[in-house]
Write a protein that binds this ligand. Structure first.
Ligand code: PAF
Length: 282
């Protein structure tokens, strides 16, 4: 596995692959890899001849300097995991290599940037769009893989690529679940056995909501019904329930006629879990 620390090095590497007629898939990450990332890498391997992974803790998508400083890093462990999966090259630049000291340009999806997570973390998606654009431009990869678990991020990136005619295919990879339905997350290990059991309410609530949408329920009522459903589990401290248009993330009208996404966030003990599902009206 080739380790590239400069833009020139990863660009040359990708160009060599493409000159030999090999398609190249990019998996962008911020490192400290877990099973979810490995799922993205495996999907990428199944869909392209070569797979490259970027590891870059992007400062422009963090609100607080303290969050950025506290972000976990373990490059040696990440490299070992990627090598085991048969990744061809890793791009892990320093901040100074990525960003020009006089940088002026950013990329922003106007409306998607302001809703849901964007409203809670102003500037976050602008930072994501800008760094992802740079990664696409630097690598020249043919395809890029992102988890559906970060649903808003995936929609923001798909919209950006569509609007700016970026010559890259974006592939969303479905959330991986344990056999009992709990969405895999590196946070699950911090759940007590009782909270882990209680957390199954999230996937059950999504299945309930899916059924309701296919049955023609209204948007605002549905959010309340999902809240009531989750309230049956006393260990769940619900943070948010959002039923939104699956593409634009706009609020949905009282009659659901287009696919919607149901986004849940709840705490079990001090562990915040998120889950999501797209539901289609009949
Ligand atoms: O999802 C992430 O890890 C990051 O937001 C991404 C896409 C690598 C951009 O820094």
């Amino acid at each position: 596995m080739k380790i590239c620390r400069t833009k020139q090095d990863i660009r040359d590497t990708v160009q060599r692959f493409q000159a030999a007629g090999e398609s190249v898939a990019l998996v962008p990450t911020m490192g400290y890899l877990h099973e979810g990332h490995m799922t993205l890498v495996r999907s990428a391997k199944a869909n392209a001849v070569r797979v490259i992974v970027s590891i870059f803790v992007n400062p422009t998508q963090f609100g607080e300097a303290a969050d950025l400083a506290a972000y976990p890093r373990d490059e040696a462990r990440d490299f070992k995991m990627l090598e085991t999966e048969g990744v061809d090259a890793v791009f892990c630049p320093a901040v100074e290599e990525m960003y020009h000291p006089l940088k002026q340009t950013t990329v922003l999806t106007e409306d998607l940037d302001k809703v849901l997570m964007g409203a809670l973390r102003p500037g976050h998606f602008k930072g994501v769009c800008t760094v992802v654009t740079k990664l696409f431009n630097i690598t020249g990869a043919d395809k890029a893989f992102f988890g559906e678990k970060d649903y808003q991020q995936l929609q923001v990136i798909k919209t950006m690529v569509r609007d700016l005619d970026m010559p890259i295919e974006i592939i969303g990879v479905p959330t991986v679940r344990d056999v009992d339905g709990l969405a895999m997350s590196s946070r699950n290990v911090r759940l007590t056995p009782e909270d882990r059991q209680a957390a199954l309410i999230l996937n059950k609530a999504l299945a309930f909501a899916d059924y309701e949408v296919s049955d023609g329920r209204t948007g605002p009522d549905l959010e309340q019904e999902i809240r009531d459903f989750i309230a049956r589990e006393p260990r769940a401290k619900l943070e948010s329930v959002d039923v939104r248009d699956a593409e634009t993330l706009a609020e949905v009208p009282s009659t659901i006629t287009r696919p919607v996404v149901i986004l849940l966030a709840a705490r079990f003990g001090d562990v915040l879990l998120i889950d999501q599902r797209v539901a289609n009206p009949a």
